[in-house]
Design a protein around this ligand. Sequence first.
Ligand SMILES: Cc1cc2nc3c(=O)[nH]c(=O)nc-3n(C[C@H](O)[C@H](O)[C@H](O)COP(=O)(O)OP(=O)(O)OC[C@H]3O[C@@H](n4cnc5c(N)ncnc54)[C@H](O)[C@@H]3O)c2cc1C
Length: 428
Amino acid sequence: MCAVHTSSPHREKLSNAGAGRRTDTAAKADVIILGAGAAGLLCAREAAGRGLRVLLLERAAVPGRKLAVSGGGKANFTNRAIRPQDYYCHHSQDFCSPALASFRPEDMLALTRAWNLPVEERAHGQLFLTVPAQRLVRALVRDCRERGCRLLCDTAASGVSFGGERFQVEAGGTLWHGKALVLALGSPAWPQAGGSGMGYRLAQSLGHTVIPPRPALVPLRLAADDPAGAALLDLAGISLPVRISLPETACENDTECVWEDDLLFTHDGLSGPAALKASLFWREGAPLCVDFLPGRNVEALLDAPQAGRQTARTLLARHLPQRLADALLPPSLARRKIAELSRAARREITNAMQARILTPSGTAGLKKAEVCAGGVDTREIDPQTMRSLLRPNLYIIGELLDVTGLLGGYNLHWAWASGMAAGRNILK
Ligand SMILES: Cc1cc2nc3c(=O)[nH]c(=O)nc-3n(C[C@H](O)[C@H](O)[C@H](O)COP(=O)(O)OP(=O)(O)OC[C@H]3O[C@@H](n4cnc5c(N)ncnc54)[C@H](O)[C@@H]3O)c2cc1C
């Protein structure tokens, strides 16, 4: 999918970079985009469509690796309802509003239609392809090429500088020159699909501040030495709908940290959409509160006249997998007849089922994280155009910015919206 050009009028070999370095070719690349992921590809397509000479440099052997594995290989590429409140930024979520307002889910749907990519809607308004996400990557690359964009793979950027009103980029042993530079290098999450921290380093070298990144949309671990969590470590594979919440103090911005979604037990903790969503706001030491029977009133179930002759474990196994009911119930109460249980004992059972406090010991780390929270400080970026407020003609887009969406198509939509915002405005 990647054309590897061995020579180009847009570049000079670094080995020539001494006294005799040539700079007369620099004007030929209007814009250099670093990173051919979702954001870089859509930005390149748009900028090339406006007649700009676009050079897109990608470290991996192929473009769009993260996009290709997204959504279990079917790319949850947007959501019916995209709002700034669905994003987390250390400073105001309002930063996202202009870009999200100028590129809406309908706009991305129109593109998928134009590319003949079939789509389906799943729960919570999530829009997925019904064909491999690789086809979306191919459509983007094809459009980029048809619009004259040059895409070079196996070309890792290792340094950038600005001088003489131009950017110089060191990549793949070559020095490249461009009037404008776009950083679309993503985050170090999921390094097995090309995630790297190079974007942060390059942004910092150009004067930008980086809010320390942390893994997000990531499974949470439970510690074997915490009795509340240890009881749940033998349940790998069980999945069920729950209501999960974080204390109000954990939630910044305007987000209400309560989610109803599926929870999946793993061999060392919690995964599934409910846990991944909570992980975006979870901080070391914070407790999670889990209701394993959302929408039910366990105390009323225990009080029902016909319940009295049963044990709590028999009754609850009608509503939950038996192994889970056994793990959640206080052992001293599980096998006693409900009629014998005091009000306090019934309340203890109800709390164990509907207000279970779990304190994760950590996250499963970058290798299992879909994204990183943190990134380039949005106060240094123009929200309309993604242009740096510190350097002329520098743009920063996608996950590299301190904008992190919830699970459900929000992160890819941010990549599209921020990529379009830059692509429409570069060198205007
Ligand atoms: C397993 C998984 C599933 C996901 N599923 C979804 C989903 O269904 N829906 C959703 O909304 N989000 C999903 N995400 C998140 C989403 O994929 C990312 O937020 C999105 O791809 C970010 O786009 P980006 O263009 O900013 O960065 P990326 O897609 O990461 O692109 C950055 C590019 O820069 C390249 N690069 C890195 N270093 C260098 C360098 N030094 N020189 C040149 N190039 C370099 C990388 O190889 C990469 O191609 C998922 C993520 C993962 C890991």
